[in-house]
Structures are given as structure tokens and as C-alpha cells.
Design a protein around this ligand. Sequence first.
Ligand SMILES: [Zn+2]
Ligand SMILES: [Zn+2]
Length: 346
Amino acid sequence: MARTTKFYRIGEPLKLEEVDIPHINDNEVLLKVRAASMCYSDIHVITGAIPVRGPVTLGHEIAGDIVEIGASVKNVKKGDRAIVHFVTPCSDCYFCLSGKSNICMNINSTPMYGFSVDGGYADYIKADSARIINLPPTIPYDFGASLGCAGITAIHAVNSIGRVTLGDIVAVYGTGGVGMYVLQLAKLSGADITIAIGRTEEKLQLAQQKFGADGTINITKERLHEGIKRISTGKGVDVMFDFVVNRESVENSIRVLKNSGKLILVGVVNDQVIITPKRITLKEVSVVGSSVGSKNELQLLVDLAEKRKLLGVTSVRHRLDQVNEALRALKEGKIIGRGYIDPLMQ
Ligand SMILES: [Zn+2]
Ligand SMILES: [Zn+2]
């Protein structure tokens, strides 16, 4: 027997249950979960903003040990440490064939671990071996887990969509785990100045002291355009990453872009925003979306982490039976960095 936690219905806490250890198919592997880090999308599932059909185990940032492999699995072996790429691109649609598998046309009808099929808030998870990447022994499980969504979302936004380059002035609106990865990856891409924008002094300090932000703006104390002017010595921003995506963040972000600057929307939000077209037209700025990332990008992150060019953003460790308390703390903004479930924690 093994433990899992199930999402049943909108608004209800996850339910801890005893189940059989999952049986794997020939193409699958069984992972003993060692860390499942917590993404704000889980809150969106529980509140109904992201529609998911229960019962299902949430948790899409997953690392563990491979304890069993199916008969046709060739790419990994029993005993390997591994992480999961939680989406399953079809590999055959126009976008997959154009190297944009993260926006695969069939992404909502193929398995999505932690959303449409069981994820990592459990003792065990089974997954298609094609979605598995080896995790080198030098990378802790919790760090590896967080690369699965926070990491790939950041690297795709910085590298493929933002195309951050030498000398850029980059700003990150929102100081959660993804923002902390964006700050580091922007520096690795050659950004000259990186700026963290948020409301919580502790998170802003962490962004500066640990993750390389050159300046911070606490928008409860300073207006965005004044802060940007101060830190960029009046130049403005080349690439702004917005993880908040509300009326205030979008409107104000467009105003602080340089001519030809880019605003990358990363937060998954339904709210309406107001855009003043002339601010886009006259400055030739772009407003563009960025959605998760590809398996290649996940592998690149693992390589960067192995070479110690990237620092992990996980912080608080929780027991599996504390999953609801942990999600509540995440919802209330109390988690600095990224919390994670460790099923082996007593
Ligand atoms: Zn996520
Ligand atoms: Zn596809």
C-alpha cells in the first residue's frame, strides 16, 4: 500500500488516501517520489480557475527514484534519480514539428501529470518514460523537482520568448519561485541590470542577496516608473516579465519599457486588463505570452544546475499529510521561494 492525496472538487481540501502502488505499462516507469514542489497553479485548480476533473493527484513538479521500469523502457534504468516533464506534446502537430512543443495543439488531450493524470503529491507516481529526465546526484531532489514547472517556465520566457541578450535591462514583476529563476537566467544570458518588483520586503531581499537582482522595487512604497528610473538611470526596461498580470502590472509595465521593449506575460490569469494602444504603437513595443517549456529546455536547466550555474529556489519542506496547510501558506503568500512535499519526511 501507499499514500496519495486526491483533489475531488473545487473548494475542497485534498484528501489523503491509502491506495495500491500504481501498476506500470511497458512504456512507463514507477517513481518513488522524493520531492514534489508546489506551484500556484495548484491553487488555481482548487479554486476552479484551472478546470481539472477529480479525483486526481495534484503536483506537477516531481523528482524521485525510479524503482521499476516497463519492458520497453530504454532511456532510464531502475535506481536512477529522475524528474518529470509534466506535459506530453503529441510530437506530430504543426507546432511540435516546428520545435514549439510547449504550445502543442493537442496538449490538452494528452496526459498532463498533476492535472489530467496523477501527479506527485503521493508516495509513488507512474509516468511515460518519454517524459523522464535523469537527475544527476549533485542536484538535490527538491531543486530538481522545481525545475519541472518553475524552471522550464523561466527558461522558456527568458531564452525563447524574451530573447534576453548582452546588455539588456530586465525586470521581473512578481517574486515567486519562477521570478527567482528568471533573474538568474537573465544574468546568465548577459543582462546588464536585473530588477525585482514585488510587495514583500523579505522576498525582494532574497532576490537581491541570493538570486542576483541588481535592484528591487517594493511597489507598496515606490511607484513602478520611479523605481525603474532610479535603477536603470532613466533608460527603462528592455524585457519585463510579468507573473502578476493584473490591470496595474500590465499598464505600468508597458509604460516603463524602452522603445522596442518587450512585455512577457507569464501569469495564467482570467482578469481583464486595459491597454492603451498608442503606448504600444509609437514605441513599437511587444506584448507577448510565454507558456511552460519544452523537454529540451528542462534538460538545459539540469545541465546548468549540474555545473552550479543555477541555484535552486525551494525553501520550506512539508510532510505529505501537511499538503493542505502547505497549499494554504502558498495561497497566502507566506512561502518564500518554493515549498515542497517530501513524502519520506516523518
Ligand atoms: Zn506549475
Ligand atoms: Zn503537438
